[in-house]
Design a protein around this ligand. Structure first.
Ligand SMILES: Nc1nc2c(c(=O)[nH]1)N[C@H]1C(S)=C(S)[C@@H](COP(=O)(O)O)O[C@H]1N2
Ligand SMILES: [Mo]
Length: 328
C-alpha cells in the first residue's frame, strides 16, 4: 500500500532532476534491463522504489477526491519541489489573517458541501456541486512554479484540470470578454473579513484568452492529497505565469462578463498592483526589486524569470497590448 502510493515526486532523484528527464531516464534504464530500485541509487530510494519503472495506473476511485497521479509532463518545473510542509504552512489568505501563519485557523473552512456557480454570459449557467464536477472532468497532476509578488516562491505538484474545461461546460457567449472569479466570504470561519478596510470578497479576473490558455489551471489537490483549506481548498485558480495574487483561493463563482473585472489587490492599491500581474524580473515593485525570489523550505535565492519561465506558452497573449502595465 505504502509503496504503491508513493509518488514519483517523493523520490530523492526527482528533486535534483527535471521530471521529464527523470522519467525518460527511467524508461531508458528499463529498456537496458537495469533494475528499477538499483538504478534509482540505493539507500532510501531502494526501499521506496516501485518494482517496475512503469507508472502505476491508479484507479481514480482509489484516490481521495480532487487528486490525480496522472502527471502531465508538458510543463517541466526545472527545479526541486518545495517540501510539502513548507508549502502548506506559509500561506497568504487575507480572509483569515494578514500574516502567513494561517494554516491552523484555515482548517475551520468547511470543504463540503461546496458548490461553484458558472454564471453570466454563457449558455449553460449552473451551480455545480464540487463532487459532480470532479466526476465530470478528468483530473491530472502538474508541477508548477509559483511566484508571489512579495518575492517568495515554491514548486508544487497540483492536482486539478485546465480552466478551459470549466469554460467548455459553461459554453460562454461570444460577448464574454473576461472571466471574473469570486471567492468564499464566510465571516463565521474567516476572521479577516471583519476588517472593513478591505474590499471583500477577494475577486480576480482573466481575459478569455488567458482563461483558455492551457496553463491556466483549476487546482483541487496538492502533493497527492485534496487541496488543503489553507491553500485554497477545495478548489482554487492557478495561473503560474502571473504573480500569486491572481491565483484566487476557495472559488465559489466563475462569471463571464463584458467588462474587465476589478481585482482585490488592484482595488486596494492600484499604484502597486494591477490587472495583468505577469511576472517580470525587470519591472520592480515600487517598494522592492523583483529580480530574485526566495524558495520556501530551503531559503535559497534564485533569479526570477519573465512570465515565471512560462513565456513560450503565454507571451503571445500579450503581443498586441500597448500602454498597459502588463507586469504589476
Ligand atoms: N481568496 C484568496 N486567494 C488568494 C489569496 C488570498 O489572500 N485570498 N492570496 C493570494 C496570494 S498573494 C498568493 S501568493 C497565493 C498563495 O497561495 P498559497 O498560500 O497556496 O501558497 O494565494 C493567492 N490567492
Ligand atoms: Mo502573493
Amino acid at each position: 500500500m505504502l509503496i504503491a502510493r508513493r509518488r514519483d515526486w517523493a523520490l530523492p532523484e526527482s528533486q535534483v532532476t527535471d521530471e521529464a528527464v527523470y522519467h525518460n531516464r527511467r524508461a531508458l534504464l528499463k529498456a537496458l534491463g537495469v533494475g528499477g530500485a538499483l538504478a534509482l541509487g540505493g539507500g532510501k530510494a531502494l526501499a521506496a522504489a516501485k518494482p517496475t519503472p512503469a507508472k502505476p495506473a491508479a484507479t481514480p476511485a482509489a484516490l481521495p477526491p480532487g487528486v490525480s497521479t496522472n502527471l502531465n509532463l508538458r510543463y517541466p518545473a526545472g527545479r526541486a519541489l518545495t517540501a510539502e510542509k513548507a508549502a502548506t504552512t506559509y500561506n497568504n489568505y487575507y480572509e483569515i489573517a494578514t500574516d502567513k501563519d494561517i494554516w491552523q485557523a484555515a482548517q475551520a473552512i468547511p470543504q463540503r458541501p461546496w458548490s461553484i456557480e458558472l454564471a453570466g454570459l454563457c449558455n449553460q449557467p449552473k451551480s455545480w456541486a464540487i463532487d459532480d464536477l470532479l466526476k465530470k472532468i478528468p483530473l491530472e497532476e502538474r508541477i508548477y512554479r509559483h511566484r508571489c509578488v512579495e518575492a517568495w516562491a515554491m514548486t508544487v505538484p497540483w492536482s486539478g484540470f485546465p480552466l478551459s474545461k470549466l469554460l467548455d461546460l459553461a459554453d460562454p457567449k461570444p460577448e464574454a470578454a473576461y472571466v471574473r472569479f469570486t471567492t468564499l466570504a464566510n465571516p463565521k470561519v474567516m476572521p479577516g473579513l471583519s476588517d472593513p478596510t478591505f474590499p471583500w470578497p477577494y475577486l480576480e479576473g482573466l481575459t478569455m484568452a488567458e482563461a483558455r490558455n492551457d496553463l491556466a489551471f483549476i487546482g483541487t489537490g496538492m502533493y497527492g492529497k485534496p487541496m488543503p483549506p489553507q491553500d485554497g481548498g477545495p478548489i482554487r485558480l492557478i495561473t503560474p505565469w502571473k504573480y500569486g495574487f491572481k491565483s484566487a483561493k476557495a472559488l465559489v463563482k466563475i462569471e463571464f462578463v463584458k467588462k474587465r473585472p476589478m481585482n482585490f489587490w488592484q482595488a486596494i492599491n492600484p499604484d502597486e498592483y494591477g490587472f495583468w500581474a505577469n511576472v517580470n524580473p525587470d519591472v520592480p515593485h515600487p517598494r522592492w526589486s523583483q529580480k530574485t525570489e526566495r524558495l520556501l523550505g530551503t531559503g535559497e535565492i534564485v533569479p526570477t524569470r519573465i512570465f515565471n519561465g512560462y513565456g513560450s506558452f503565454v507571451a503571445s497573449l500579450y503581443a498586441g497590448i500597448k500602454n498597459q502595465p502588463l507586469f504589476m
